[in-house]
Ligand binder design. Structure first.
Ligand SMILES: NC(=O)c1ccc[n+]([C@@H]2O[C@H](COP(=O)([O-])OP(=O)(O)OC[C@H]3O[C@@H](n4cnc5c(N)ncnc54)[C@H](O)[C@@H]3O)[C@@H](O)[C@H]2O)c1
Length: 349
């Protein structure tokens, strides 16, 4: 006979519906701002974390990745895919879910959807980097690639930096129309552009978030003027980049975790003695971020496990004492911990 699961069997689970309810309950921009601060707090204690490049399983059409980390108290991992061809079949390029566990017992303490949460944490990480690297007076951003990540990027840059104007370009005008629709009434000045060159005109921050499983050249060197901050998030896999290498020769480049970024980021195109700065060292004040108004700064973002850890930790705190989760019967909990088979036998008939 099946008995009701004990308390120890239950793991809080945040579904897509509940994640969306939670974000609206908090407010999208407040959520992005608080998440930015949560990620920054974890970057500030970077040496405390276990770190490894993510484990990618590459195929012809995409990649499936596992992203683990731990601070010694809490362990986390995210499952995430990247399949640029999915969109043509009505599927998303990126989907994800993740888990937090208690290091002391190994028991999971939270499981959540992370497709929406990844877009939020990627935008929050971009904003966190821009807070240290973009010109302080930044009011205009260009977004090249107007897919799933696009509006999140705009809202995070406004919540954290006060961006007022967004210039949009995508090779597919339908993507730009979708972004314009979603941002209408949000208080942004929005401009649809017919080329990447037109989009970056007058922009203080250039975000590239295109998806293509190839060495693409979304920006060439002659397009990029002095003083801008480039937030390059779409080059995040071996053989998948967005910037011409000549831009990197003029830019000061900041990265998350070098062993992963050398494999996946824009810097995979550069010789191994190309200088890079770890972003966490800027966050702690050990190294300078932007030091010169004419400097081109580049955040070569690939997405690192600690950002997902921060997002999961933040969601765990936010759902406490709310209705925005269910309890999943996920951990077998026999009365006698050694009598797993007895528990199974008693469940017969
Ligand atoms: N760095 C990170 O942490 C991180 C996190 C999430 C996603 N990503 C990456 O960001 C990229 C965007 O993700 P998404 O979920 O928005 O993908 P998406 O497929 O929803 O959107 C990508 C958009 O880019 C457009 N595009 C493709 N080539 C282009 C070009 N040459 N010029 C202009 N537009 C072009 C497509 O038409 C599409 O609208 C992907 O490459 C994804 O892998 C990175």
């Amino acid at each position: 006979m099946l008995l009701a699961p004990s308390k120890k069997a239950l793991v809080p689970f945040v579904s897509v519906a509940n994640m969306m309810r939670l974000v609206h309950h908090v407010g999208v921009e407040i959520f992005l701002k608080e998440l930015t601060d949560a990620i920054e707090a974890d970057f500030a204690r970077w040496p405390e974390f276990d770190k490894t490049p993510r484990l990618g399983s590459h195929s012809h059409d995409g990649v499936i990745e596992l992203m683990p980390t731990s601070d010694g108290q809490i362990y986390s991992f995210k499952y995430v895919n990247g399949h640029p061809k999915n969109m043509a079949q009505g599927l998303q390029t990126v989907t994800a879910f993740g888990l937090l566990a208690d290091v002391a017992t190994g028991y999971p303490v939270l499981q959540t959807e992370m497709t929406v949460l990844t877009a939020l944490r990627t935008a929050a990480t971009s904003a966190m980097a821009a807070r240290h690297l973009a010109p302080k007076s930044s009011r205009t951003m260009a977004i090249i690639g107007n897919g799933a990540q696009c509006e999140f990027q705009a809202l995070a840059m406004r919540a954290v930096l006060g961006i007022e104007s967004v210039r949009l370009f995508d090779i597919d005008p339908k993507a730009t129309e979708k972004a314009l629709r979603n941002l209408a009434g949000s208080g942004f000045e929005t401009v649809a552009c017919t080329s990447a060159q037109a989009a970056i005109e007058g922009a203080d921050i250039i975000t590239t978030c295109t998806a293509d499983k190839a060495f693409a050249t979304i920006l060439t060197d002659n397009m990029v003027g002095a003083g801008v901050h480039i937030n390059a998030i779409g080059g995040d896999c071996p053989g998948k980049t967005e910037l011409h290498p000549d831009i990197l020769k003029r830019a000061d480049t900041f990265v998350e975790y070098p062993p992963q970024t050398w494999i996946e980021g824009e810097i995979q195109q550069m010789p191994k003695d190309y200088p890079i700065t770890e972003l966490w060292r800027v966050v702690t004040g050990e190294t300078e971020g932007r030091r010169d108004p004419r400097q081109i700064t580049l955040f070569d973002s690939v997405g690192f496990a600690i950002e997902d850890f921060s997002a999961l930790r933040y969601v765990r705190e936010k759902i406490r004492d709310t209705q925005f989760f269910e309890e999943l019967d996920m951990i077998a909990d026999p009365d006698d911990p050694r009598d797993l088979f007895g528990m199974l036998s008693r469940a017969a008939g």
